[in-house]
Design a protein around this ligand. Structure first.
Ligand code: PGA
Length: 246
């Protein structure tokens, strides 16, 4: 079964118009068999969308509101992301869960709104170091998934496994650790929908770098990556994109 190979750049609260230009020029001359998505801070979405129109690169939001419209100062609706050309939106990132108190119920609602707006929701799941050391990794990840999977459009879903202890720390899950969780995620998704599980793009995130990308992406159940720090550097990001199998 051929699954989508995908590399998603998550710029977080970084970047500027110069990075938009530099990244688009670099990607324009690159050869990459994976689909590439860039999620910049929201003010740069329109510029990025315009600059990538003739390229095989999609644009995504880093978050969306749990509301569709109204008096919610500072919020951005899923429909608005779609209107400016986004095809994807990251949801449930561990930084949103930890720093902005997003819980599974809220995340599930956002996934629904995003999918109704026509976006593909990139649902991020992952355990903390404490949870891993307590042997709870799979329980945590399954709970995060089950909150969403009961009422989801599997055709507009990507799951990113991002162990919290590996995000921005320079510490990466070993290929074996990552593959073990990815295989468990796919099996768990199969209990909701077998066909969807075999087609689901499952990404690994957490300190992916050019040096470890190829071995991570070579694992059976790893279909690509969600890249933070290394997606801010054109050389590093291109090297990661070209490490995807397929
Ligand atoms: P990192 O971030 O690559 O800097 O670890 C990944 C992420 O948070 O999505």
């Amino acid at each position: 079964m051929m699954r989508q190979s995908l590399v998603i750049a998550n710029w977080k609260l970084n970047g500027n118009l110069k990075l938009v230009d530099d990244m688009v020029s670099a990607l324009a001359s690159a050869r990459c068999s994976a689909d590439v998505v860039i999620c910049p801070p929201a003010p740069y979405l329109a510029a990025l969308e315009t600059a990538t129109q003739r390229l095989n690169i999609e644009v995504g939001g880093q978050n969306c509101s749990v509301y569709s419209n109204g008096a919610y100062t500072g919020e951005i609706a899923a429909e608005m992301l779609a209107e400016v050309g986004c095809k994807y939106v990251l949801l449930g990132h561990s930084e949103r869960r930890a720093l902005f108190a997003e819980d599974d119920t809220l995340i599930a609602k956002k996934v629904q709104l995003a999918q109704q707006a026509g976006l593909t929701a990139v649902l991020c799941v992952g355990e903390t170091l404490q949870q891993r050391e307590a042997g709870k990794t799979l329980d945590v990840v399954k709970a995060q998934l089950s909150a969403v999977l009961n009422d989801v459009d599997f055709n507009r879903l990507v799951v990113a496994y991002e162990p919290v202890w590996a995000i921005g720390t320079g510490e990466t899950a070993t290929p074996e650790q990552a593959q073990e969780v990815h295989a468990a995620i796919r099996q768990y998704v199969a209990t909701f929908n077998t066909d969807a599980a075999s087609k689901l793009a499952l990404l690994y995130g957490g300190s992916v770098k050019p040096e470890n990308a190829e071995i991570l992406f070579a694992q059976d159940d790893i279909d690509g990556g969600l890249i933070g720090g290394a997606s801010l550097n054109t050389d590093q990001f291109l090297a990661i994109c070209s490490a995807v199998k397929g």
